[in-house]
Design a binder for this molecule. Structure first.
Ligand SMILES: Nc1nc2c(c(=O)[nH]1)N[C@H]1C(S)=C(S)[C@@H](COP(=O)(O)OP(=O)(O)OC[C@H]3O[C@@H](n4cnc5c(=O)[nH]c(N)nc54)[C@H](O)[C@@H]3O)O[C@H]1N2
Ligand SMILES: Nc1nc2c(c(=O)[nH]1)N[C@H]1C(S)=C(S)[C@@H](COP(=O)(O)OP(=O)(O)OC[C@H]3O[C@@H](n4cnc5c(=O)[nH]c(N)nc54)[C@H](O)[C@@H]3O)O[C@H]1N2
Ligand SMILES: [Mo]
Length: 797
């Protein structure tokens, strides 16, 4: 069908969506992405990932953000051994000595923060909150950097300027007026540096609550819990050196080309030196074929790409656990004739539960494994062969594994497979989850945890002289429910965009709107500022790229990457406005206002972050001598017992998991919907409506489907469809006017973009294992939108 035809349908259906919202008397965000720059289009992408397509995209982006000179300079400073700032784009580790370890999306991300555009008090005077609510999320962030603290004025429905002191006082008075400290909740988005993180958790615990929802609750909670149960550590044990020396890499449920682009270099280099790379993803993503390595200019100029894959397996959504079970079963079957297939010595010395697991594998029929994984036995045997032939293997994963009902069991099954061949505690081997936000792992390490371990609290009490609450606090799902019940009345967002990132958009909006006070510490204007409590504050902070000057001079903050390396980051740019404060300074201000008699030296800490680090070194495991070690050229790796084959599990050994395979096959007529990111977005920040590697242009309100599933439903490409999700609690949510796009993916699956699809995720749709919302596993039906003539005037007459 013609593209202009598609455009008409698209506009028609935007109208249907508007109409239905009016009828429902409720409003979601009007639109997330930018205004269409042309008709929606989709065509297959046949080029390698990265390379000149990325270079062109970067140039266009720098020009748009008016940051060509600064942007270019920034690229050259990023991710240098302690010389520059840490790229806030993702948590992939830095490469030692590499001069240009950058990627298209990292550059976009940094430039987005360094934009020359500003949101001033005049801007807020011109636009009421109700008016801004009608803007798209793209337009909101596109206004540029926030410049001074603002408070919501209900009389005029505008944000108006407020001094820092008055802002802190408003927070302090409100919090001190609560009946119970647990009536406040403190969200963390994974950007916050380690020092600010430590102060933030200290403040909430000194106030008396563990209500510390964080983005991990939506991201890698399952990885933490699975690894903890199996190995007694919440983190992966492999680091970048291991990636560079391993014989086989299994990459599960990650869209590396878009979300961890620097991984592509490692994958390409692995293929070159003869290591095997197996991708496990229902979609064959761009990074799972070929790439152009960005710093290899000559090859880049000649369009020479490098292979990044030996085998691609396309499981059904949630089929990963069955696939891992299949690899384990095949390995155990091999071992009957080939004793080297299983590392019996390792299993005997370091693990427990092997016999039970072996029996479980034997008792799981191949037929069930094939059915649940969606992968034929022959393919599973191929993967098992790669695994057997590799002396050392790494299994890596991201959200495709974690955001499922059985995420924890799946992570444990991954560890089971690794244990069989002793892929732990030696170079080139181990589990390696890919974290999302650049410091989400550091947030947990430094104390953000709604279920803190008692030993940590003991240490905190002793070193900081506070009496921290002992009972667990609320996580993301719990806080949304509590706000709706009225039992949480103050919501503080330390970064992020909670309103849009959280599940069940309407319900989350309703909860935030019931609050007495909402406070957001942010760099840019976003939806969460517009879905606010009775009173609301926007507190603007400096970003990672900017100079943080305090009484003690220029400050550096530390972050921890996906592979437990902690290093310093120092900004180099003048802050976007002289009125901005650093996150540690803002937290100290909030803390002092809420705890006027606190013995914690808040102001003293902020003068010199070395002082915060000194306290942290006494509280946190593995942070001894923090100030010295963090200044080493590449920082330091946090000591990790499991890497040394010391297991802090109840048995003192690595524990095989023995969970039964769950049934993940969709009921007839239904599909499993997975919500994912496009190439041109950073979580709720949208750069454009394109998804280059999936060949999509000018369209975000789409649903990818297998073409047979489309045919069966009488849906042609770009036909408008209704997506209806049925939740665990039986409630039904739908979105209409999305356009169907055919994609290479298994039958029974649908996929589309977050955050647009978050409205479909019921608050009851979370995993009972991890408490994570089921962002990759919604039960939906997709049907062609019935022809409807929309005449708003006629209908209301
Ligand atoms: N440029 C950019 N970089 C980012 C982000 C961003 O938004 N933009 N976000 C950051 C954050 S916070 C995070 S957590 C990470 C997210 O990084 P990803 O995990 O790559 O994020 P998603 O886009 O959600 O993609 C999930 C992938 O899992 C696949 N998948 C879906 N269901 C299944 C399944 O059942 N099994 C398997 N094996 N695969 C499945 C999807 O096809 C997709 O390739 O990226 C970080 N980096
Ligand atoms: N359906 C669905 N929903 C999802 C997901 C999914 O896969 N599917 N993924 C989930 C995941 S993995 C995550 S991590 C969450 C992300 O959730 P969040 O972390 O809450 O969201 P972000 O979009 O990353 O936040 C963007 C905002 O952060 C602010 N910001 C940027 N830099 C800074 C800074 O340096 N300091 C401060 N204080 N603020 C800053 C800006 O104001 C910007 O508007 O979304 C989750 N939601
Ligand atoms: Mo994330």
């Amino acid at each position: 069908m013609g593209a202009s035809d598609g455009q008409e349908r698209y506009e028609g259906n935007q109208e249907i969506r508007r109409q239905e919202e009016q009828d429902a008397g409720e409003r979601l965000e009007p639109r997330v992405g930018e205004a269409p720059q042309g008709p929606p289009r989709s065509r297959p992408y046949h080029h390698p990932a990265a390379g000149w397509g990325a270079a062109k995209a970067v140039t266009q982006f720098l020009v748009r953000e008016r940051e060509v000179a600064e942007g270019t300079r920034a690229m050259l400073k990023m991710n240098h051994e302690n010389g520059g700032f840490d790229c806030p784009g993702c948590a992939w580790p830095d490469t030692e000595g590499l001069a240009l370890d950058i990627c298209e999306n990292g550059i976009k991300h940094v430039t987005w923060e360094m934009t020359g555009k500003r949101v001033t008090r005049d801007f807020f005077a011109r636009h009421s909150v109700s008016e801004l609510f009608e803007w798209s999320d793209f337009e909101l962030e596109d206004q540029g950097r926030l410049t001074e603290p603002m408070v919501y004025d209900p009389g005029t429905d505008h944000y108006v300027p407020i001094s820092w002191d008055d802002a802190f006082a408003l927070f302090g008075d409100t919090v001190r007026g609560l009946d119970d400290p647990n009536e406040a909740a403190y969200y963390t988005s994974g950007r916050l540096g380690n020092e600010a993180t430590f102060l933030y958790q200290l403040m909430t615990r000194e106030l008396g609550t563990n209500n510390q929802p964080d983005c991990s609750n939506m991201c890698h909670e399952a990885s933490g819990r699975g690894l903890q149960a199996s190995l007694g550590t919440g983190k992966g044990t492999a680091d970048l050196k291991d990636w560079e020396t391993t014989d086989a890499l299994f990459i599960m449920g990650v869209n590396a080309a878009s979300n961890a682009p620097r991984m592509l270099t490692t994958l390409a280099q692995a293929c070159r030196r003869g290591a095997k790379v197996v991708h496990i993803n229902p979609l064959v993503e761009a990074g799972a074929t070929r790439t152009i390595i960005p710093h290899e200019f000559l090859r880049m100029a000649m369009f020479k790409s490098t292979r990044t894959s030996d085998l691609n397996l396309q499981p059904r959504p949630g089929g990963d656990m069955a696939l891992m079970r299949g690899i384990a079963k095949a390995t155990l079957e091999l071992a009957e004739k080939d004793p080297g297939a299983v590392d019996a010595r390792f299993v005997e010395r370091h693990t427990t539960g092997f016999e039970e697991y072996k029996a479980l594998c034997a008792a799981t029929p191949w037929q069930e494994i094939e059915h649940q994984s969606g992968i034929p036995r022959a393919q599973i045997l191929k993967a098992a062969r790669v695994y057997r032939d590799a002396d050392r293997s790494i299994i890596s994963w991201c959200l495709g594994v974690t955001q499922h009902e059985h995420g924890v069991d799946t992570v444990r099954e991954i560890v089971n497979v690794l244990l069989l061949r002793g892929n732990l505690g030696r170079e080139g081997a181990g589990p390696s989850p890919v974290r999302g936000h650049s410091n989400v792992q550091g947030n947990r390490t430094c104390g953000i945890d709604n279920r803190p371990p008692q030993e940590f609290l003991d240490r905190l009490a002793e070193v900081c002289g506070i009496d921290p609450p002992r009972e667990p606090g609320l996580d993301v799902v719990g806080v949304i429910e509590a706000m709706n019940r009225g039992s949480v009345k103050v919501f503080v967002g330390m970064g992020g965009n909670f309103a849009l990132a959280a599940p069940d958009t309407r319900y989350t909006y309703a909860g935030l709107r019931r609050c007495e006070l909402t406070v957001h510490v942010s760099t840019k204007l976003n939806r969460s500022h517009l879905v606010h409590g009775r009173r609301a504050l926007i507190l603007p902070c400096i970003g990672r790229t900017e100079k943080d000057e305090q009484a003690g001079g220029l400050q550096r903050t530390s972050v921890e990457d996906s592979m437990a390396m902690v290093h310093l980051s120092v900004g180099m740019k003048k802050p976007a406005s002289p009125h901005l404060r650093s996150e540690p300074a803002i937290i100290a201000g909030l803390a002092r206002a809420a705890l006027p008699d606190s013995a914690t030296p808040w102001e003293w800490y902020v003068e010199d972050y070395d002082r915060i680090r000194d306290t942290m070194s006494q509280v946190l495991d593995g942070f001894e001598d923090f100030n010295r070690r963090v200044r080493l050229p590449m920082g330091f790796r946090i000591r990790q017992p499991a890497r040394e084959l010391v297991f802090l599990t109840p048995s003192g050994r690595a524990e095989f998991g023995t969970a039964p395979l769950p049934d993940v096959v969709p009921a007839p007529g239904t599909l499993v919907l997975s919500t994912i990111r496009s190439h041109d977005q950073w979580n709720t920040t949208i750069y454009s409506d394109n998804d280059r590697y999936r060949g999509v242009e000018n369209l975000r309100t789409l649903v990818f489907m297998n073409k047979e599933d489309m045919k069966e439903r009488g849906i042609a490409p770009f036909d408008p469809v209704d997506i209806t999700a049925t939740a665990k609690d039986g409630s039904v949510r739908s979105l209409n006017g999305f356009l169907a796009v055919a994609h290479d993916m298994p039958r029974g699956m649908a996929a589309g973009y977050m955050p647009e699809l978050n409205a479909l995720i019921s608050i009851s749709d979370y995993s009972t294992q991890s408490d994570q919302p089921l962002m990759k596993h919604l039960k939906v039906t997709v049907t062609a939108t019935a022809d409807r003539v929309v005449h708003p005037v006629a209908q209301h007459a």
